[in-house]
Design a protein around this ligand. Sequence first.
Ligand code: FES
Length: 154
Amino acid sequence: MPAIEVEPQFETLLSGYEKDRSNLIPILQDVQEHEGYLSEDAIVEVADHLELSPNDVFGVASFYTLFKFVPPGRCNIKVCQGTACHVRGSGLIMEELSKKLGIRSGETTEDREFSLESVACYGSCALAPVVIVDEKVHSRMTSKSACELVEESE
Ligand code: FES
């Protein structure tokens, strides 16, 4: 297997953590924050740093829903599934967006234009149901207005 070239930024990130397996989750969170997801290369590098096997690292990471293993799309769409949004129809919004984009929650379109995810309460319950597009909160959404947001982002 050819050696993986580690980006200097990534090396700096890892060097900030002691080689202690209790640092695994914080490192993975840090990597995801910087890279947007956990790539295979990143998993191998983290495993190497902590002297674990990549399978162990992947096993732990895949246990937590917060970690993503596919790169995010150019446009990231989050649908709040907290209680207030749920009772006001966010399930239907997710269903319609899913149909429109041809992907399920947690996936990215093949052309990497859009990614879709369910999130827990976003802290904007008074505006429910909310859809978050690239960190901008859109309030009182319907499946129609959510689909229009996608069209505007194309
Ligand atoms: S439940 Fe959706 S913002 Fe709180």
